[in-house]
Design a protein around this ligand. Structure first.
Ligand SMILES: *Cc1c(COP(=O)(O)O)cnc(C)c1O
Length: 230
């Protein structure tokens, strides 16, 4: 089987899972978009995906993302940055990313706006779903979200579009995404345009769709196991 056939088969399975999850949740099949996470995979795979109708791809490391986006600029894809963001790289990321999904602190706002230049970059706030006090990984504390949202919304060349989250390891994603849905509902009362909810990966996209995800970020279920090192 060629790489294109292999990816096409996996992609069909993922699209079917998404459609089934939408049906189970009483949502329309077009209410959820797919972002294929291409981290660690070569630009040639990005071309395969574009040929198969994928419009949105996600990357989590600046160096790799910037090179791949440059190599694939002719494809007209939307590039989502989904990785931990250092403030000294934020402006460079905003120069090629169409959506920055991992904005989790105020310090990133000014450099992102600077890097956007004349463009408008879509921003999702990454919220931590880890239990309070667990020394959480990436993501803003839900308690500080309103202030961060206001800061992004007040900044030219950035557009606040919604939230992104990752279910905590080793916990029931259903409970985590239920909490996320409540946090999102709260955000929408002050920022009604922030309708995007990016949640769900290869292993938990069904639970995320059940709780209102508008975007799922799927890597290995489409592209296969990631190469261990790069
Ligand atoms: C790698 C990654 C994904 C995709 O994970 P899979 O389990 O391969 O689908 C989604 N979101 C983020 C933030 C990631 O880093």
């Amino acid at each position: 089987m060629s790489r294109a056939e292999d990816v096409a088969a996996r992609l069909a399975v993922v699209r079917r899972r998404m459609a089934d999850a939408c049906a189970a949740a009483g949502r329309g099949p077009d209410e959820v978009s797919l972002v294929v996470v291409t981290k660690f995979f070569p630009a040639s795979d990005v071309r395969v995906l574009a040929d198969l109708g994928v419009t949105d791809v996600g990357e989590n490391r600046h160096q790799e993302a910037s090179e791949k986006a440059a190599e694939c600029v002719d494809l007209g894809l939307r590039w989502h940055f989904i990785g931990a963001l250092q403030s000294n790289k934020a402006s460079a990321v905003a120069a090629y990313a169409d959506v920055v999904e991992s904005v989790d602190r105020r310090k990133l706002v000014a450099p992102l706006a600077r890097g956007a230049g004349e463009r408008v970059v879509d921003v999702l706030l990454q919220v931590s779903l880890d239990p309070p006090g667990s020394g959480h990984r990436a993501g803003a504390d839900p308690a500080g979200l309103a202030e961060l949202a206001d800061a992004v919304a007040a900044t030219e060349h950035l557009r606040l579009r919604g939230l992104m989250a990752v279910a905590p390891l080793g916990q029931d994603p259903d409970a985590a995404f239920a909490r996320l849905a409540a946090i999102h509902a709260d955000l929408l009362t002050s920022h009604p345009g922030a309708t995007t909810l990016s949640a769900g990966m290869s292993g938990d996209l069904e639970q995320a769709i059940a709780h209102g995800a508008t975007h799922v970020r799927v890597g290995s279920a489409v592209l296969g196991p990631r190469p261990a090192v790069q």
